[in-house]
Design a protein around this ligand. Sequence first.
Ligand SMILES: CC(=O)SCCNC(=O)CCNC(=O)[C@H](O)C(C)(C)COP(=O)(O)OP(=O)(O)OC[C@H]1O[C@@H](n2cnc3c(N)ncnc32)[C@H](O)[C@@H]1OP(=O)(O)O
Ligand SMILES: CC(C)C(=O)C(=O)O
Ligand SMILES: [Mg+2]
Length: 562
Amino acid sequence: MMNYQKYKRFETISLPDRTWPDKHIEKAPIWCSVDLRDGNQALVTPMKIEEKVEMFQTLVDLGFKEIEVGFPSASQIEYDFLRLLIEEHLIPDDVTVQVLTQCREHLIRRTFEALKGLDKAIVHIYNSTSILQRDVVFNKSKEEIKKIATDGCQLVKDLCGEFDGKVILEYSPESFTGTEMDYAVEVCDAVMDVWGATPDNKVIINLPATVEMDTPNVYADQIEYVGRHFKDRNRMILSIHPHNDRGTGVAATELALLAGADRVEGTLFGNGERTGNVDIVTVAMNMFVQGVDPKLDFSHINDVKHVYEKCTKMEVGPRQPYAGQLVFTAFSGSHQDAINKGIHKYRERGSKYWEVPYLPIDPADVNRQYEPIVRINSQSGKGGVAYVMDTIFGYHLPKAMQADFASDVQKISEAEGEVSPERIFDTFNKDYIENEQPLKFVSQKLIDISEDSSNDFEREAIIKLNDHGNIRIIEGYGNGPIDAAKDAFNRNGYPYMHLLDYSEHALTSGSSSKAAAYVCLRAKGTSITEWGVGVHANITTATIKAMISAMNRIYKRLDDSK
Ligand SMILES: CC(=O)SCCNC(=O)CCNC(=O)[C@H](O)C(C)(C)COP(=O)(O)OP(=O)(O)OC[C@H]1O[C@@H](n2cnc3c(N)ncnc32)[C@H](O)[C@@H]1OP(=O)(O)O
Ligand SMILES: CC(C)C(=O)C(=O)O
Ligand SMILES: [Mg+2]
């Protein structure tokens, strides 16, 4: 047994009149990427300058307007990176860079040195206010901890006089979730008082779940609670900075937005300390699929993933929402069937809204393909195989034929595991189209005999075929090409045939297009039925080839049953 008694329940506030559960997310928050700081500080191999530049440019392209670029007083590389951004004019006018520093004099002074030349910046100061850290890390009283914050704020304010640009102050009571809520409010209000915050000169108050300590509703209660208790809610931007220790960072963020947060700090794909920061991609895309403009552009999600993996040397997992390799893939038969039908109906109806079973988002919206949606293994059914044949290769297999072909594919998957689309297509060709033994089509001629008054029929079919190595020419009559071809086989002793089903369609568009014909035959005097497929530019030829293909399969069945 694991020793669960070693842990105790997290104690929190009571907020019975909470309002957030009845709210909806109606607009995107202000996003701030902390990939280059919180994300970077957690990497086994922190990013090199070139990687930081690439990540920064990617974040700008995605639409982030606030980007925490580092902790410039912590190390030379962090300092140099900010200098490079400034000196090489890499920061667009509509983007504000943010820098983090502890509330310590030498670090704050060094931070301001790094900022020289910028026209605006967010200076983010923090100190831990939690019960645990006050005790074991700082060994200081509440007043002393508050003074670290207000002294830090005063120094930033003083240094603003020597800085040509505009400074926006951000203050984080680090480990906010482990802090008494009234005390967190007291410290933040004290910082805002020192700064002289007003509705026109707001301070960003960032309330981190530095360590995620309880269920997401508890974070939401904390955010709603403090939001109601600040001296003046209008003189601040309420920012959240969730981590993901319990695996519920995204949920906590969403609930905290309901609870009144204006701004979210997080990272791409949730990189960050331990189990990571909140994954901004998921939060933003979750808004997108609720019809809310996320104000970030993940329309080329694979490119974002590529930059992320290159810069962080971390991998995006195959089940990662929206970006994982497998998230637009269905292996199981009933899912494939429903996706296949859903996509057809969606296209057929020209629906305004995306509504496809098992696919909460259209993969095309993140520039991912339909093709990999359906992957075929032994769990797959006819719907999946039909989907592959249709969407990748353009063959609309008749519904009644799908089970027939899917059982051939399933035999392969049971023996070999996943079956690639190419293998499925090879099997289809081998089983139906290139199936030319013992009969092989050579040529056909269809003659219009409708004006020949001695004949009841309108068409004569003359079919040349190779039968067990011998060339034969057979003739038949009917009122249409199919009738006439059927008659030719019937009169000449082939294992014919009741034509049970027939369909055809064009395979490609344009003048050189080919047609695919599908026929289902039943051998005379037996219950044996087989499908055959023929492909040719001439539809009559395609149909006759399909009949021959079905007959060859009947011969094989008859042989096998001997
Ligand atoms: C939750 C977060 O992600 S916070 C951000 C964390 N990120 C980082 O720390 C990355 C970069 N940091 C560093 O490189 C280093 O920590 C530096 C350069 C900033 C500072 O280095 P050092 O001073 O050598 O060490 P360190 O960070 O351990 O400092 C500890 C001292 O600072 C104090 N301190 C820690 N945080 C703060 C703070 N936010 N404000 C004021 N004092 C602080 C500690 O109480 C301790 O004081 P003591 O020496 O009197 O015991
Ligand atoms: C610096 C602060 C905001 C932080 O990263 C955290 O508390 O997680
Ligand atoms: Mg953090």
